[in-house]
Write a protein that binds this ligand. Structure first.
Ligand SMILES: O=c1ccn([C@@H]2O[C@H](COP(=O)(O)OP(=O)(O)O[C@H]3O[C@H](CO)[C@H](O)[C@H](O)[C@H]3O)[C@@H](O)[C@H]2O)c(=O)[nH]1
Length: 254
Protein backbone atom coordinates (compact mmCIF):
# COMPACT_ATOMS: atom_id res chain seq x y z
CA UNK A 1 0.00 0.00 0.00
CA UNK A 2 1.32 3.39 -0.89
CA UNK A 3 1.12 5.76 2.02
CA UNK A 4 -0.21 9.26 1.67
CA UNK A 5 2.05 11.89 3.08
CA UNK A 6 0.84 15.39 3.50
CA UNK A 7 1.96 16.60 0.15
CA UNK A 8 -0.38 14.07 -1.40
CA UNK A 9 -3.29 14.25 0.99
CA UNK A 10 -6.34 16.12 -0.19
CA UNK A 11 -9.25 17.18 2.01
CA UNK A 12 -11.60 14.22 2.01
CA UNK A 13 -15.05 13.13 2.96
CA UNK A 14 -15.63 10.57 5.66
CA UNK A 15 -17.45 7.34 4.99
CA UNK A 16 -20.29 5.44 6.59
CA UNK A 17 -21.12 6.02 10.19
CA UNK A 18 -18.79 9.00 10.35
CA UNK A 19 -21.09 10.89 8.00
CA UNK A 20 -23.97 10.34 10.39
CA UNK A 21 -21.78 11.75 13.13
CA UNK A 22 -21.31 14.86 11.01
CA UNK A 23 -17.72 14.00 10.19
CA UNK A 24 -15.97 14.44 13.47
CA UNK A 25 -12.29 14.82 12.77
CA UNK A 26 -9.63 13.98 15.29
CA UNK A 27 -5.94 14.80 14.84
CA UNK A 28 -3.71 12.26 16.58
CA UNK A 29 -0.08 13.28 16.97
CA UNK A 30 2.27 10.34 17.36
CA UNK A 31 -0.57 8.14 16.13
CA UNK A 32 1.81 5.61 14.60
CA UNK A 33 3.23 4.79 18.05
CA UNK A 34 2.22 2.14 20.55
CA UNK A 35 -0.61 3.84 22.41
CA UNK A 36 -1.42 5.94 19.36
CA UNK A 37 -2.18 3.00 17.06
CA UNK A 38 -4.54 1.42 19.58
CA UNK A 39 -6.27 4.74 20.13
CA UNK A 40 -6.59 5.43 16.41
CA UNK A 41 -8.08 1.99 15.78
CA UNK A 42 -10.67 2.56 18.50
CA UNK A 43 -11.51 6.01 17.12
CA UNK A 44 -12.02 4.60 13.64
CA UNK A 45 -14.23 1.80 14.94
CA UNK A 46 -16.30 4.43 16.77
CA UNK A 47 -16.83 6.19 13.45
CA UNK A 48 -14.43 9.09 13.73
CA UNK A 49 -12.24 10.37 10.92
CA UNK A 50 -8.62 10.47 11.94
CA UNK A 51 -5.56 12.27 10.66
CA UNK A 52 -2.23 11.17 12.12
CA UNK A 53 0.81 13.37 12.16
CA UNK A 54 3.95 11.47 13.09
CA UNK A 55 7.60 11.88 12.17
CA UNK A 56 8.13 8.09 12.48
CA UNK A 57 10.97 8.68 14.90
CA UNK A 58 9.90 5.61 16.90
CA UNK A 59 7.41 3.90 14.59
CA UNK A 60 6.84 2.81 11.03
CA UNK A 61 4.18 3.04 8.36
CA UNK A 62 3.57 -0.69 8.57
CA UNK A 63 1.78 -0.08 11.85
CA UNK A 64 -0.66 2.20 10.07
CA UNK A 65 -1.34 -0.41 7.39
CA UNK A 66 -2.25 -2.83 10.19
CA UNK A 67 -4.60 -0.31 11.75
CA UNK A 68 -6.29 0.33 8.40
CA UNK A 69 -6.71 -3.40 7.85
CA UNK A 70 -8.12 -4.06 11.31
CA UNK A 71 -10.51 -1.13 10.95
CA UNK A 72 -12.10 -2.74 7.86
CA UNK A 73 -14.46 -0.37 6.08
CA UNK A 74 -13.54 2.39 8.51
CA UNK A 75 -9.89 2.16 7.50
CA UNK A 76 -10.60 4.60 4.69
CA UNK A 77 -11.22 7.25 7.30
CA UNK A 78 -7.60 7.28 8.34
CA UNK A 79 -5.08 9.64 6.79
CA UNK A 80 -1.40 9.87 7.55
CA UNK A 81 0.84 12.88 7.37
CA UNK A 82 4.55 12.41 7.88
CA UNK A 83 5.46 15.57 9.68
CA UNK A 84 7.38 17.13 12.50
CA UNK A 85 5.50 19.15 15.12
CA UNK A 86 8.67 21.10 15.79
CA UNK A 87 8.30 22.57 12.31
CA UNK A 88 5.35 24.88 12.60
CA UNK A 89 4.83 24.77 8.83
CA UNK A 90 4.08 21.04 9.08
CA UNK A 91 1.43 21.69 11.71
CA UNK A 92 -0.09 24.52 9.70
CA UNK A 93 -0.33 22.31 6.62
CA UNK A 94 -2.26 19.64 8.54
CA UNK A 95 -4.72 22.21 9.84
CA UNK A 96 -5.23 23.49 6.32
CA UNK A 97 -6.57 20.05 5.40
CA UNK A 98 -9.43 19.94 7.88
CA UNK A 99 -11.22 21.58 10.72
CA UNK A 100 -10.44 19.33 13.65
CA UNK A 101 -12.87 18.78 16.51
CA UNK A 102 -10.13 17.67 18.86
CA UNK A 103 -6.48 16.71 19.07
CA UNK A 104 -4.94 13.79 20.95
CA UNK A 105 -1.27 14.56 21.53
CA UNK A 106 0.95 11.48 21.89
CA UNK A 107 4.00 12.61 19.92
CA UNK A 108 7.06 12.95 22.06
CA UNK A 109 10.40 11.49 22.99
CA UNK A 110 9.98 9.17 25.95
CA UNK A 111 13.24 7.39 26.87
CA UNK A 112 14.16 8.38 30.42
CA UNK A 113 17.83 7.38 30.12
CA UNK A 114 18.32 9.23 26.87
CA UNK A 115 16.65 12.29 28.35
CA UNK A 116 19.33 12.34 31.06
CA UNK A 117 22.18 12.14 28.54
CA UNK A 118 20.53 14.46 25.98
CA UNK A 119 18.38 16.85 27.99
CA UNK A 120 18.37 19.64 25.41
CA UNK A 121 17.04 17.27 22.77
CA UNK A 122 14.16 16.37 25.07
CA UNK A 123 13.34 19.89 26.22
CA UNK A 124 13.57 21.24 22.70
CA UNK A 125 11.56 18.49 21.04
CA UNK A 126 8.84 17.87 23.62
CA UNK A 127 8.18 21.50 24.46
CA UNK A 128 8.46 23.18 21.06
CA UNK A 129 6.20 20.54 19.50
CA UNK A 130 3.49 21.17 22.10
CA UNK A 131 3.77 24.96 21.82
CA UNK A 132 3.56 24.82 18.02
CA UNK A 133 0.59 22.46 18.20
CA UNK A 134 -1.38 24.54 20.70
CA UNK A 135 -0.59 27.76 18.89
CA UNK A 136 -1.90 26.42 15.59
CA UNK A 137 -4.90 24.82 17.32
CA UNK A 138 -5.79 28.13 18.91
CA UNK A 139 -5.48 30.00 15.62
CA UNK A 140 -7.81 27.44 14.04
CA UNK A 141 -10.25 27.62 16.95
CA UNK A 142 -9.69 24.00 17.89
CA UNK A 143 -9.46 24.04 21.67
CA UNK A 144 -10.17 20.45 22.67
CA UNK A 145 -6.98 18.63 23.62
CA UNK A 146 -6.11 15.30 25.20
CA UNK A 147 -2.48 15.19 26.28
CA UNK A 148 -0.54 12.00 26.81
CA UNK A 149 1.37 12.87 29.94
CA UNK A 150 2.84 10.22 32.20
CA UNK A 151 2.73 8.91 35.76
CA UNK A 152 6.39 9.85 35.83
CA UNK A 153 5.21 13.28 37.02
CA UNK A 154 4.62 11.61 40.43
CA UNK A 155 8.25 10.54 40.70
CA UNK A 156 8.72 7.61 43.08
CA UNK A 157 5.40 7.33 44.92
CA UNK A 158 5.75 6.41 48.56
CA UNK A 159 2.66 4.26 48.37
CA UNK A 160 0.57 2.74 45.61
CA UNK A 161 -1.86 3.12 44.08
CA UNK A 162 -1.19 6.82 43.99
CA UNK A 163 -4.06 9.19 43.50
CA UNK A 164 -4.26 12.20 41.23
CA UNK A 165 -3.69 14.60 44.09
CA UNK A 166 -0.42 12.88 44.97
CA UNK A 167 2.45 15.44 45.05
CA UNK A 168 4.17 15.96 41.72
CA UNK A 169 7.87 15.24 41.84
CA UNK A 170 9.64 14.75 38.53
CA UNK A 171 13.03 13.07 38.63
CA UNK A 172 14.49 13.38 35.13
CA UNK A 173 14.37 15.61 32.03
CA UNK A 174 11.74 13.42 30.34
CA UNK A 175 9.46 13.78 33.34
CA UNK A 176 10.10 17.50 33.47
CA UNK A 177 9.04 17.88 29.82
CA UNK A 178 5.76 16.19 30.71
CA UNK A 179 5.22 18.40 33.74
CA UNK A 180 6.22 21.56 31.85
CA UNK A 181 3.77 20.63 29.12
CA UNK A 182 1.06 20.14 31.73
CA UNK A 183 1.94 23.55 33.19
CA UNK A 184 1.76 25.16 29.76
CA UNK A 185 -1.66 23.63 29.29
CA UNK A 186 -2.87 24.77 32.71
CA UNK A 187 -1.70 28.31 31.91
CA UNK A 188 -3.34 28.28 28.48
CA UNK A 189 -6.60 27.11 30.02
CA UNK A 190 -6.30 29.76 32.73
CA UNK A 191 -5.90 32.45 30.06
CA UNK A 192 -8.70 31.14 27.86
CA UNK A 193 -11.40 29.03 29.47
CA UNK A 194 -12.67 27.89 26.06
CA UNK A 195 -9.88 25.33 26.12
CA UNK A 196 -10.91 21.87 27.26
CA UNK A 197 -7.85 19.87 28.15
CA UNK A 198 -7.48 16.36 29.55
CA UNK A 199 -4.18 15.14 30.97
CA UNK A 200 -3.59 11.38 30.90
CA UNK A 201 -0.98 10.19 33.39
CA UNK A 202 -0.57 6.51 32.76
CA UNK A 203 1.85 4.07 34.27
CA UNK A 204 3.25 1.38 31.97
CA UNK A 205 0.63 0.50 29.39
CA UNK A 206 1.31 -2.93 27.97
CA UNK A 207 -0.33 -5.63 25.89
CA UNK A 208 -1.27 -6.42 22.34
CA UNK A 209 -4.41 -6.16 20.30
CA UNK A 210 -6.84 -9.11 20.74
CA UNK A 211 -6.71 -9.76 17.01
CA UNK A 212 -3.15 -11.00 17.37
CA UNK A 213 -0.98 -8.90 15.14
CA UNK A 214 1.00 -6.27 16.91
CA UNK A 215 -0.25 -2.90 15.82
CA UNK A 216 2.92 -1.15 16.52
CA UNK A 217 6.44 -2.27 15.78
CA UNK A 218 8.92 0.11 17.25
CA UNK A 219 12.44 -0.62 18.27
CA UNK A 220 12.37 -3.20 21.04
CA UNK A 221 8.60 -3.48 21.26
CA UNK A 222 8.87 -7.27 21.21
CA UNK A 223 10.40 -7.08 24.64
CA UNK A 224 7.17 -5.78 26.00
CA UNK A 225 4.47 -7.90 24.48
CA UNK A 226 3.87 -11.45 23.44
CA UNK A 227 2.26 -11.28 20.06
CA UNK A 228 -1.43 -12.00 20.35
CA UNK A 229 -1.23 -13.38 23.84
CA UNK A 230 -2.32 -10.28 25.67
CA UNK A 231 0.37 -11.17 28.19
CA UNK A 232 2.98 -8.73 29.25
CA UNK A 233 6.64 -9.02 29.90
CA UNK A 234 8.08 -6.70 32.45
CA UNK A 235 10.30 -8.17 35.10
CA UNK A 236 8.23 -11.31 34.62
CA UNK A 237 5.31 -9.70 36.39
CA UNK A 238 1.96 -8.51 35.24
CA UNK A 239 1.76 -4.77 35.42
CA UNK A 240 -1.24 -2.61 35.77
CA UNK A 241 -1.82 0.44 33.71
CA UNK A 242 -3.80 3.33 35.05
CA UNK A 243 -5.35 5.73 32.62
CA UNK A 244 -6.28 8.85 34.48
CA UNK A 245 -8.82 11.07 32.80
CA UNK A 246 -8.54 14.47 34.42
CA UNK A 247 -10.30 14.31 37.75
CA UNK A 248 -13.05 12.04 36.57
CA UNK A 249 -12.30 8.41 35.97
CA UNK A 250 -9.63 5.84 36.25
CA UNK A 251 -9.43 2.73 34.07
CA UNK A 252 -7.34 -0.28 34.85
CA UNK A 253 -6.26 -2.92 32.41
CA UNK A 254 -4.00 -5.88 32.99
O1 LIG B 1 8.95 14.41 18.05
C1 LIG B 1 8.35 13.37 17.92
C2 LIG B 1 8.62 12.24 18.73
C3 LIG B 1 7.90 11.09 18.51
N1 LIG B 1 6.96 11.04 17.53
C4 LIG B 1 6.17 9.84 17.33
O2 LIG B 1 5.33 9.71 18.46
C5 LIG B 1 5.02 8.33 18.65
C6 LIG B 1 5.25 7.97 20.09
O3 LIG B 1 4.89 6.65 20.27
P1 LIG B 1 5.74 5.65 21.16
O4 LIG B 1 5.37 4.27 20.80
O5 LIG B 1 7.17 6.05 21.11
O6 LIG B 1 5.23 6.03 22.60
P2 LIG B 1 4.02 5.40 23.43
O7 LIG B 1 2.81 5.35 22.62
O8 LIG B 1 4.47 4.15 24.12
O9 LIG B 1 3.97 6.53 24.56
C7 LIG B 1 2.95 7.46 24.73
O10 LIG B 1 2.66 7.49 26.09
C8 LIG B 1 3.75 7.81 26.91
C9 LIG B 1 3.30 7.68 28.32
O11 LIG B 1 4.37 7.35 29.12
C10 LIG B 1 4.22 9.20 26.60
O12 LIG B 1 3.20 10.12 26.93
C11 LIG B 1 4.56 9.30 25.13
O13 LIG B 1 4.84 10.66 24.82
C12 LIG B 1 3.38 8.85 24.30
O14 LIG B 1 3.73 8.84 22.93
C13 LIG B 1 5.92 7.54 17.69
O15 LIG B 1 5.17 7.07 16.61
C14 LIG B 1 6.96 8.55 17.23
O16 LIG B 1 7.43 8.29 15.93
C15 LIG B 1 6.68 12.14 16.75
O17 LIG B 1 5.82 12.11 15.87
N2 LIG B 1 7.38 13.28 16.96
Amino acid sequence: MVSKHWLEVEPMECNGEAQERKQRWILVTGGAGYIGTHTVLQLLMEGYCVVIIDNLDNSCEEALHRVRKLAGEFGENLKFVKGDLCKVEDVLKVFKLHRFDAVIHFAGLKAVGESVSKPLRYYSNNLISTINLMDVMSKNNCKNLVFSSSATVYGQPECVPCTEDYPLHVMNPYGRTKLFNEDIMRDVHHADSEWKIVLLRYFNPVGSHPSGPRLHSCHGFGKWSYEGSGQTLHNSRHRMCNLQFGNRERHHCA
